[in-house]
Design a protein around this ligand. Structure first.
Ligand SMILES: [Zn+2]
Length: 447
């Protein structure tokens, strides 16, 4: 049965849905693989397409079907594996975990888990766990949907005029050394004043800027209800947020609710010696001298997103560092840290970092041929043997020979050095394709 794109079967274990998206993804991937081999679509672009589009298909409605069971993890990982192979161009025998690390693509099970948690947080579930650990979510500033009809939201106007009559209110928010403060200064003929607020450290500058405007408007309503006031801010992002139809932010809506024709908003350039703006800036600075927090705001949702991203990296790193893990250890010596910026898409470089290339080590491992390198210098005969020290291909090494002359280079570091320079990469390509073409001359069968 299919409901809103989610396949539900009698087992209710989500496996039918994963099979369905797996088939859908295979079709897309077939097209992309053809584009890669025939049209020169790069693995790097394929990775972006995966992260932006294909991954979204894989995790679509994950909160509805993802339970994190072992069978779900196995199944969805095998679907992701196809993408990893296409992105990296690695041998089909390469382990999934090494592919994830080399391509900088997070394990899909962690992404599904993230989708589930994000959904629960947005829907205010009382107790939420991420990978079995409880999360503190009480402090998050969640948007409370106001259900206003778009036509009932008056357009917000602002300009860059700076020479306006009084009364003028300058607002400012800032975050310095982890301290967040907001302030506003009033300049008028009969009234003037300076108001400061110390916010919690988890607040953002954006929150502080909006809070300063919000408090300024509160003050205006209480003290100068019928006067036309000019409110200044140097925060373009706040002004733009106020103009958005769907702000989805509590502070933005609160400010918007207080705007009326007696309030005129202006933008001023910060730190150019504008007296009012400087005064507000100074007032905000002095707010942090107070220990007491004046206004409690929840942490912005984005900081929660950052925390989850951090937790995903930690979980991925732990899995990669697992001492019981036997797979991908060669690659682990080269890439000790997992990271999403890494993207090995050259089919020769991937052979170098995974030790899965045409070499006696590989042929023996997969029972394809029992042979050794003719030089007889190394019983392992993996890809590093040819890249770094086999005398049979010495004539192809120049930059790599220089790397090998660096004293005290730890195993793994030599490959890192080689692949972080285009000269090294070029020589790796030349050597590995040479070995591929001349295997009959270079390897000898063990009898
Ligand atoms: Zn050799």
């Amino acid at each position: 049965m299919r409901i809103l794109g989610v396949i539900i079967d009698d087992g209710l274990n989500g496996l039918a849905h994963i099979s369905h998206v797996g088939e859908k993804m295979s079709e897309i991937l077939n097209g992309l693989t053809i584009a890669k081999s025939r049209r020169g679509l790069s693995g790097r672009v394929l990775k972006v397409l995966y992260k932006r589009a294909i991954e979204r298909i894989l995790v679509y409605a994950a909160p509805a079907w993802w339970t994190g069971s072992v069978s779900q993890i196995t199944k969805i990982t095998s679907v992701q594996r196809k993408v990893l192979l296409a992105v990296t161009g690695a041998f089909r025998t390469t382990s999934t975990i090494a592919l994830q690390v080399a391509s900088g693509i997070e394990p899909i099970d962690l992404i599904c888990e993230r989708e589930r948690v994000m959904y629960l947080v947005k829907h205010r579930a009382p107790f939420i766990t991420f990978l079995g650990v409880g999360l503190d979510i009480l402090n998050i500033d969640l948007y409370v949907e106001s259900w206003k009809h778009p036509s009932s939201i008056p357009p917000v106007q602002w300009d860059k005029n700076s020479n306006n009559p009084t009364p003028a209110i300058y607002t400012d928010g800032s975050k310095l050394d982890g301290h967040v403060r907001a302030a506003f200064c009033v300049f008028g003929n009969d009234v003037s004043g300076e108001f400061q607020y110390h916010l919690q450290d988890h607040c953002s500058v954006f929150q502080a800027e909006l809070l300063a405007i919000q408090q300024a408007l509160h003050w205006k309503k209480a003290n100068l209800p019928s006067d036309t006031c000019h409110v200044y801010t140097d925060s373009m992002s706040s002004l733009k947020a106020l103009q958005k139809l769907k702000a989805e932010n509590n502070l933005v809506e609160s400010v918007r609710d207080q705007l009326d024709p007696t309030v005129q908003l202006h933008w001023v350039k910060a730190h150019v010696g504008f007296a009012g703006n400087e005064a507000a800036d100074k007032a905000a600075d002095s707010a942090c001298a107070k220990d007491r927090v004046d206004i409690h705001l929840g942490a912005p949702f984005n900081s929660f997103r950052t925390m989850i991203r951090q937790k995903i990296l930690e979980a991925w790193q732990n899995k990669w560092d697992d001492v019981n893990e036997k797979i991908g250890r060669f690659t682990h010596r080269i890439f000790t840290k997992v990271e999403t910026n890494r993207c090995i898409v050259d089919r020769y470089v991937i052979q170098a970092v995974i030790n899965h290339g045409l070499c006696p080590f590989y042929l023996k491992k997969f029972n394809l041929q029992d042979c050794n390198c003719q030089c007889g210098e190394d019983s392992q005969d993996g890809t590093p043997h040819f890249i770094l020290w086999c005398p049979q291909v010495q004539h192809l090494r120049k930059f790599l020979a220089w790397i090998m002359s660096i004293p005290g280079l730890m195993p793994g570091m030599d490959i890192i050095q080689a692949i972080s320079d285009s000269r090294g990469i070029q020589e790796i390509r030349t050597i590995l394709s040479f070995v591929f073409q001349r295997q009959m001359d270079l390897f000898e069968d063990n009898i």
